[in-house]
Design a binder for this molecule. Structure first.
Ligand code: COA
Length: 200
């Protein structure tokens, strides 16, 4: 289990390193992904999802076995942000089945983007978004980036709007057995973005 990272002083923005996750990161990634998922959907959201549904989702989506399978999948790229040597955020970009409301050319999905809550607002999400765009345009040859975000996740929706995404429709999202509504967002990918990928 990863401890929560101490909040930085406003004047001391984090020194973060982005890198692609490797298979040996599976256990740490699984613990981090489960904790940030629960932080996001299990506590401070209005109309929060019931703990039994969160528990079922955590058990099926996160664990060393699940994340090892994702890290071994050539259709998925996972980027880690390490700040002061600790895991502070991650993003996953992948080829996936595309919802009908996504009309853009060569669509690639931003599957997950989670920043430890103690680092929110420090610019890490923006850095990961730039890296995701570079991977989607470069490695995956994408021209459109799309994602699903819980309709009640106002903070993330505001962040994505700032990143240039527009709302194109809705999709179901099951947390455990609880059917929720996601917004589907898209943005075009800059072909030049492919050249900007930082980590190996
Ligand atoms: C949404 C999230 C990824 C944003 O990451 P972050 O590191 O906090 O965002 P950044 O600090 O990089 O912010 C980037 C820009 O978005 C803006 N932004 C961030 N949060 C915002 C908010 N609540 N409202 C409006 N704008 C916001 C910032 O102002 C910043 O713009 P600026 O550089 O012009 O000031 C992060 O808050 C998070 O992990 N949330 C919990 C998990 C989650 O909801 N993930 C999305 C699942 S689909």
């Amino acid at each position: 289990m990863i401890d929560t990272i101490a909040a930085p002083e406003p004047a001391a923005l984090p020194v973060c390193r982005l890198r692609h996750a490797r298979r040996e990161d599976a256990a740490e990634l699984a613990a981090f992904a489960a904790r940030t998922f629960e932080d996001t959907y299990g506590s401070d959201m209005p109309g929060r999802i019931g703990p039994e549904h969160i528990a079922l989702h955590l058990a099926t989506a996160f664990g060393p076995r699940q994340q090892a399978a994702e890290l071994a999948d050539s259709g998925v790229v996972t980027v880690l942000a390490e700040c002061d040597g600790r895991l502070a955020a991650y993003a996953q970009v992948r080829r996936a089945v595309v919802p009908p409301c996504v009309g853009g050319r060569a669509p690639i999905e931003l599957h997950r983007l989670y920043v430890d809550r103690s680092w929110h607002g420090c610019g890490i999400g923006q850095r990961l978004m730039d890296e995701v765009a570079a991977i989607a345009a470069g490695r995956f040859g994408g021209a459109t980036l799309w994602l699903k975000v819980w309709a009640r996740n106002a903070r993330a929706i505001a962040f994505y709007a700032k990143c240039g995404f527009v709302d194109v429709g809705v999709a179901d999202y099951f947390v455990g057995a609880d059917r929720q509504t996601d917004r589907v967002l898209v943005r075009p990918l800059d072909p030049q973005a492919a050249a900007r990928s930082a980590p190996g």
